[in-house]
Design a binder for this molecule. Structure first.
Ligand SMILES: Nc1ncnc2c1ncn2[C@@H]1O[C@H](COP(=O)(O)OP(=O)(O)OP(=O)(O)O)[C@@H](O)[C@H]1O
Ligand SMILES: Cc1ncc(C[n+]2csc(CCOP(=O)(O)O)c2C)c(N)n1
Ligand SMILES: [Mg+2]
Length: 333
């Protein structure tokens, strides 16, 4: 089953009205905004990423969904797995191990006495220190959670639930015909950072954008009153914009040439059509995408990159000339 098929199946279940038809970034309950996000070793982060950065990314990815609703974070709940190590490896530092290639990993489900969990030198401690820094940075506090153990060699799966408050939260589904599509910040930096973290040569700043994204909390709060629709860009600018248009019952046209790229991205990847498509489909940006009337002053900086139209689907132009869509619009599980 694909992610889209799984979500479609869930939408046929009894849904709480606060679920917004499972068509939004968050659920809404009496002024509270709720969201949960999971990160998986090897899928969302690299096995040798620093544990403190993994904690940061987990918090940032969750708070980004709150930012997209203009919400102020109230607290978070953490679901955390301690991982046992094979006895032979006890005391060996993570990162020197063969844990990197999950395709060849054999997960051991012990039948005898369980190895003691949490003995991978320092990983859990460093995660907690990183969590402390992230919580303090974003002025949010821990409400609770759950701790479990993983089989030897199993990739870590870490989940966080974030709860916030918003007086008026813009939906994904609220875009109106004629609205402009805006995006905050620059797009593609994290995708480039992942390539660099995987071995290409490039600046550490871009790796930082991949490992330590910034949830746009202040921008989200400032933009929410003028936004007809808002969401964050996690899977890729093109796929997420197409989702906003779809949820709103509209089409959207995006001009590739208008997508804001950083100087660091352009120096690393170039500025041609392929580099722009790569930026617009890589994901991990955690910028905000919003629909608002064209030309109105906005309370935070955002770049107009397109427009909502009657009809359906995504149309891509490059400097105004229509171009074919790439085969993938973004990341899908
Ligand atoms: N396993 C699940 N069970 C129940 N609801 C789900 C599940 N997975 C996703 N959803 C719901 O589907 C909707 C869309 O989820 P999706 O993950 O695409 O958005 P998102 O949380 O904004 O993504 P991202 O975390 O990448 O920003 C949300 O309302 C989410 O709560
Ligand atoms: C090692 C590694 N490989 C690939 C990616 C790219 N990636 C994975 S999940 C995702 C979307 C957000 O996740 P979700 O939709 O689950 O919130 C993206 C863009 C990555 N971050 N790390
Ligand atoms: Mg989201």
């Amino acid at each position: 089953m694909t992610e889209a098929e799984f979500l479609a199946a869930l939408r046929a279940l009894p849904l709480h009205p606060g679920a917004r038809g499972l068509l939004d970034d968050t659920a809404h309950l009496d002024g509270l905004i709720l969201t949960t996000d999971t990160i998986v070793e090897g899928i969302h982060y690299l096995p040798d990423d620093p544990p403190a950065d993994v904690a940061w990314k987990l918090v940032a990815a969750n708070l980004s969904d709150l930012a997209a609703k203009g919400a102020v974070p109230e607290g978070v709940m953490l679901n955390y797995p301690l991982r046992a190590v094979p006895p032979a490896k006890a005391g060996v530092q993570l990162g020197d191990s063969t844990n990197d290639a999950y395709s060849s990993v054999t997960i051991a489900f012990p039948t005898g006495p369980r190895p003691s969990p949490g003995r991978e030198t320092g990983w859990d401690e460093a995660f907690v220190s990183g969590l402390d820094i992230a919580l303090r940075t974003f002025a949010v506090r821990l409400l609770g959670g759950d701790t479990v153990s993983l089989p030897v060699n199993a990739p870590r799966v870490i989940a966080l639930t974030a709860i916030g408050r918003a007086a008026r939260a813009p939906l994904r589904a609220g875009a109106r015909e004629g609205d402009a599509l805006y995006v905050t910040g620059t797009i593609g930096d994290a995708g480039a950072g992942l390539r660099i973290a995987r071995g290409e040569s490039g600046p550490a700043d871009l790796v930082d954008r991949y490992r330590r994204p910034t949830p746009r909390l202040a921008e989200g709060k400032a933009l929410a009153p003028s936004a007809h629709a808002m969401m964050d860009v996690s899977d890729g600018l093109l796929i997420d914009a197409a989702r906003m248009a779809d949820a709103s019952g509209l089409g959207v046209t995006i001009d590739l040439a208008a997508i804001p790229l950083s100087a660091a991205y352009r120096a690393f990847a170039g500025d041609d059509r392929a580099a722009r498509i790569a930026a617009a489909t890589a994901g991990d940006d955690y910028e905000l995408l919003l629909a608002a009337p064209a030309g109105i002053p906005l309370a935070a900086r955002a770049t107009p990159i397109g427009a909502f139209t009657a009809g359906t689907g995504l149309t891509l132009t490059d400097g105004g000339t229509p171009i074919p869509l790439p085969t993938t619009l973004g990341f899908q599980h």
